[in-house]
Design a protein around this ligand. Structure first.
Ligand SMILES: [Zn+2]
Ligand SMILES: [Zn+2]
Length: 370
């Protein structure tokens, strides 16, 4: 009996929304429609398959039955010699009967492996560690397979035994007709086995919560809120499934001086009135320690920004040019003046004899008159 996964027929994932299913159907139905593919047997076959898949997957109840049941649940149309294609006719029934064998002969859903959960945790980094990168150990709250019972949930020395209610099938309703088949067994919860004497360590769950110590490499230039994935270090899988991943979210401590913007840092640097007016070479601090020299041009205004190329953070992924240091000049006015300084400044004022608000007042007057 040849059957195809209905999700594959529509080219959607098992988690696809109803809207995604509808869109996939419309696209494929148009592509394989007999009107557009005259005398093309293969297209006709595909068209029937697509229609059939949509019929099941667009109906929430049928979809659930299909998801829960074995893959061959309703089979595919046209796979029994091309005469079929609609549910409820004879060729589909042969599919259904084929499945009775599958279910009763098999072990229900219990043989499926399940991947462990991804686990998230956060790490707070010192400014310098984030900048330079660091390898560190963190404690991650994961679920592990219980050691004493090896995940079975049965006390050491005992083993889970076959569920008497469903004879290990995990589903019940052999004599309740076909549609009851996908109902999980109430006694064993669909597992097919029951534990009579639970493991005392895990209380029968087969799992233990644990703070796992994991080594994490923080790349140089790590940003606040960055997610670092450590493959396979999340919770253990179930029924032999692979483990999940560990996701480490970075929190970077604030620096009293530098503020981060992307890969750049900004720093406010006080500049005296004289330096700003005459120009000067000044020393500014740089992230990660040390200083860097910066040339201020004569006539530097308050708030003007200067870029020091490459003095920012390294790019944490893929390398490339590091960020820049953005220096913002903050003009400092003397709070107190000596008698002589006062005289000098008064002489300067006389010399300049300027009205710095002239332009502002004119612009304001003109705006009023408009
Ligand atoms: Zn245990
Ligand atoms: Zn059972």
């Amino acid at each position: 009996m040849k059957t195809r996964d209905l999700y594959k027929v529509l080219g959607v994932s098992k988690e696809a929304s109803q809207e995604e299913i509808r869109r996939a159907y419309k696209r494929l139905a148009r592509k394989y429609h007999p009107d557009a593919n005259r005398d093309d047997a293969e297209a006709e076959e595909r068209f029937k398959e697509v229609q059939h898949a949509y019929e099941i997957l667009s109906n929430p109840e049928k979809r659930r039955n299909y998801d829960e049941g074995p893959r061959a649940y309703f089979g595919g149309p046209g796979t029994q010699g091309g005469a079929g294609g609609r549910m409820g006719n004879v060729s589909d029934l042969s599919d259904l009967f084929g499945n009775f064998g599958d279910i009763f002969g098999g072990r229900g859903g219990q043989s499926q492996t399940i991947r462990g959960e991804d686990v998230s945790t956060s790490i707070t980094l010192k400014f310098r560690d984030a900048l330079e990168g660091v390898t560190t150990r963190i404690s991650a709250p994961v679920e592990e397979v219980c050691g004493p019972c090896r995940g079975t949930g049965a006390a050491p020395g005992t083993a889970p035994r076959m569920c008497p209610e469903c004879s290990g099938r995990g589903v019940r309703g052999r004599d309740q007709g076909f549609f009851a088949l996908s109902e999980p067994c109430g006694r064993c919860g669909g597992e097919g086995t029951i534990v009579e004497k639970p493991c005392s360590r895990c209380a029968g769950s087969g799992r233990l919560r644990k703070a796992r110590q994991v080594t994490v490499k923080i790349p140089a230039g790590a940003k606040d809120g960055m997610k670092i994935r450590v493959p396979g270090r999340g919770s253990d899988g179930r029924k032999g499934g692979p483990p999940g991943d560990l996701l480490v979210v970075t929190r970077v401590e604030e620096h009293p001086v530098f503020k981060r913007q992307g890969d750049d840092f900004t720093v406010d640097v006080p500049v005296s009135f004289v330096e700003a007016a005459l120009g000067a070479e000044i020393e500014v601090p740089r992230p990660g320690g040390g200083t860097v020299k910066l040339k201020l041009p004569a006539g530097t205004q308050d708030g003007r920004r200067f870029k020091v190329r490459g003095a920012g953070a390294p790019r944490p992924r893929g390398g490339g040019e590091p960020g820049d240091l953005v220096v913002r000049a903050r003009l400092v006015v003397p709070a107190k003046l000596s008698r002589r300084e006062k005289e000098i400044l008064e002489a300067l004022a006389d010399e300049r004899n300027e009205d710095v608000r002239e332009d502002l007042l004119r612009a304001s007057r003109e705006a009023e008159q408009r």
